[in-house]
Design a protein around this ligand. Sequence first.
Ligand code: 13P
Ligand code: ZN
Length: 276
Amino acid sequence: MNTLKMDVLSAQFIQDMMKTTANLYRLGWDERNGGNISYLLREEEVTPYLDINDVKRTVKISFNAKEIAGSYFIVTGSGKYFKNVIDEPEGNLGIIRIGQDGTSVDILWGFVGGAVPTSELSSHLMSHIERLKVDTEHRIVMHCHATHLIGMTFTHELDEALFTKTLWEMCTECIVVFPDGVGLIPWMVPGTDQIGQSTADKMKTTRLVIWPHHGIFGTGTTMDETFGLIETAEKAAEVYTIVCAQGGKKQTITDQQLKDLADAFGVVPRSGVLEL
Ligand code: 13P
Ligand code: ZN
């Protein structure tokens, strides 16, 4: 029986995708088709809007995502420009479901005109798999080309503990927002299963993973939280850029002060960063 469905464009998750892609573009972190977002949806969030038996198309994926077979996501399209999402969500976004054998995805809505999910789908799905193991509330994976963080990967040591410490030092809020620090992988060709595996491996212990000379991946339970996480790390990188341009540090937040901050806000800093 055909039951009447609500307009999917009114769904909160689509509104979140439209607003977030517009914000990321406005901040200059998603030039051209740069960046991608995937948002894990519960079936009951989708059914008020879509007939889940009405599959528009099925596309193959490059690895086996059996662990999350049957899961629903709204995801940005490959080659699609974030600046255009707000005006044309149906052409730039899609709602997908991972096929039962894990090797394909069903497109249930969007991606009109033959569009397909982001080329970074492996990094997204593999990261979802790892984050769900450590946080049952996990929902979002967000990738963008945050300008100052990319810049920092040319001038700062590419060592996770040192990079994390520098970011924590740059703004008092950082250690509270990302006590688990940042993961860093070596430079790799994007859009591959290999970079997906390396990224997801880091996601076992942190919600932020930096791709040198490319961008950052952030994860979280809500769009605001994930965006805020990336925004905070990028702000710290911007301050670092200014500090370097002004001739370098004359004083800083000390390791003891960082520890005091963590204690005051009840967070546990990643081990191996503070020297106390
Ligand atoms: P997509 O357009 O395929 O999402 O790729 C953009 C990007 O940032 C690749 O790393
Ligand atoms: Zn990218």
